[in-house]
Design a protein around this ligand. Structure first.
Ligand code: NAP
Length: 317
């Protein structure tokens, strides 16, 4: 990409899209198009066509998706229909309007639940994904296959990246939609504010998670856009996982919680996440740069900035 290239970031108000936008702006790209979901519904094929016809983007980051707090097991039809529609419409328009390169994004949930760890790219479609996220996984796998099919049939340059579990700015801290790391930050912050003597974490604490800061993912996306044109998918990960116990203790330190942490083994463990094998991307010359501790400090600052700051929640600076 050149500094003056026309770039479209789809889903720029989401966690991943906003991080890609920050990364591009910081790097000095000057001609970036964005549209909110309200301004451009990507499930509307005519609207998508009109947008590409008028904006003529040369590079597209496809980070729009129906995900967030929508439980895929409760709304599988919505998840499948909307994600497939976005993929069909954006890829077709990108082909018809001569986009030079498009980056498609998926997550580690696309891999078989029982895949050997760390998970290599070639394990895709060697088994069934997690049942709870099946609809989402199938939609994303279809998107990857669609990218490859367009490349073969029309000579397009659509590439796909598979990200590890993300954290950082943009992740939901609401109780009903919180994933593990934001949920722990919220709990530890509440325990500190309430001066609670101990905090209970469900499970044995032995379940493991790979965590990638969303700013690292964004950096990798821009790197791939500049340096990769292969058909095969590429894993983006930090290369290491931590136990829930290590994570909880680190978050406790960052938040400044001084009470005890009790692991309640009678409660279920968090579902372990996949550890991705990122050696392919590492061998191309890219590595995650944000250490977990620093990333958690940034995530906590962001949490405080969302209106959760109080007298006792001192700044980390
Ligand atoms: N978050 C993770 O841990 C994670 C991990 C691995 C991979 N990924 C991948 O990253 C991508 C983005 O995920 P994310 O976490 O950034 O999701 P997100 O925070 O929910 O953002 C998705 C964005 O897409 C927009 N959108 C949804 N449907 C749309 C439509 N029909 N038309 C236009 N915009 C639409 C949403 O707008 P509204 O909110 O207004 O609907 C939102 O701004 C996905 O492909 C996901 O698989 C995420």
């Amino acid at each position: 990409m050149e500094r003056e290239s026309r770039i479209y970031v789809a889903g720029h108000q989401g966690m991943v899209g906003s991080a890609i936008l920050r990364c591009l702006e910081t790097a000095g790209f000057e001609d970036i198009s964005t549209r909110s979901h309200g301004e451009l519904d990507l499930t509307d094929s005519r609207a998508v066509e009109e947008f590409f016809a008028s904006e003529r983007p040369e590079y597209v980051f496809l980070a729009a998706s129906k995900v967030g707090s929508v439980p895929t097991s409760t709304y599988p039809a919505t998840v499948l229909r909307e994600n497939l529609a976005v993929e069909l419409n954006v890829l077709e328009a990108a082909y018809r309007y001569g986009v030079r390169r498009l980056l498609f994004l998926a997550g580690s949930y696309i891999y078989p639940r029982s895949a050997p760890q760390p998970v290599k790219e070639e394990y895709l479609l060697t088994g069934k994904p997690e049942a709870d996220s099946e609809a989402y996984a199938i939609a994303r796998i279809a998107g990857i296959k669609l990218c490859q099919a367009y490349n073969r049939q029309y000579g397009t340059n659509f590439i796909s990246a598979v990200s590890a579990y993300l954290y950082g700015p943009g992740s939901g801290f609401e109780p009903e939609s919180s994933y593990l790391l934001p949920a722990l930050i919220r709990e530890f912050h509440g325990a500190k504010e309430g001066r609670r003597e101990h905090i209970v974490v469900w499970g044995t604490g032995s379940s493991r998670r790979e965590l990638l800061h969303v700013d690292d993912l964004a950096d990798a996306c821009v790197y791939l856009m500049d340096n990769y044109s292969g058909e095969e998918i590429v894993n983006v990960g930090s290369g290491r996982d931590v136990s829930v116990e290590e994570l909880a203790r680190m978050i406790g330190e960052v938040v400044g919680y001084e009470g005890d942490i009790v692991f309640d083994a009678s409660r279920p463990d968090a579902i372990p996440s996949m550890l991705l094998d990122a050696s392919k991307l590492n061998n191309m010359g890219w590595r995650a740069r944000i250490p977990l501790r620093e990333g958690i400090e940034r995530a906590y600052e962001w949490f405080l900035d969302q209106g959760n700051r109080s007298e006792s929640a001192s700044s980390l600076r």
